[in-house]
Design a protein around this ligand. Structure first.
Ligand SMILES: [Zn+2]
Length: 148
């Protein structure tokens, strides 16, 4: 006859065993006197634990301990000399400077290397003897000059 493990008996006593394990342990306990006694002991222990009330913490005592610990930590921190001064915050960031320089370079290259825009070619729309009409993209310029 193989006995169920002690932990299964303990879990059975607290009704925390799975369904099939519970069936198996229940069947075994009915036929095995040793396991029935062990189960009885576990049930008594469980009942004793359930009867004992949970300890209510003394909040004032806990608060006093926490204050003392905080004070101790602050004093310990004050005793230790600071190893290194905090690094000075600088406005200069080499990475940012490099990024800005790259951006400026790209902008300059874009301006310098941009494709040439076609310049408007003036076309003579009408020519009279004493005046010239020049049309540059919709704008008509009329020059009047007098010739002797
Ligand atoms: Zn047994």
């Amino acid at each position: 006859m193989s006995h169920p493990p002690e932990q299964d008996l303990a879990l059975y006593a607290t009704k925390d065993l799975t369904f099939f394990s519970r069936l198996s342990v229940s069947r075994h306990v009915r036929t095995c006197q040793a396991c029935a006694e062990a189960l009885h002991d576990y049930r008594e222990i469980t009942a004793d634990l359930a009867l004992s009330e949970p300890e209510i913490p003394d909040w004032d005592n806990l608060a006093g301990e926490m204050r003392a610990n905080i004070r101790l930590g602050l004093e310990a921190g004050a005793c230790v000399p600071s190893v290194a001064p905090a690094p000075a915050v600088s406005w200069f960031n080499p990475r940012l400077a490099l990024a800005m320089a790259s951006l400026m370079f790209l902008l300059g290259a874009g301006i310098i290397l941009r494709p040439d825009q076609p310049k408007p070619v003036p076309t003579v729309v009408a020519s009279q003897q004493q005046s010239v009409k020049v049309d540059t993209e919709g704008v008509t310029i009329t020059n009047v000059f007098y010739m002797e």
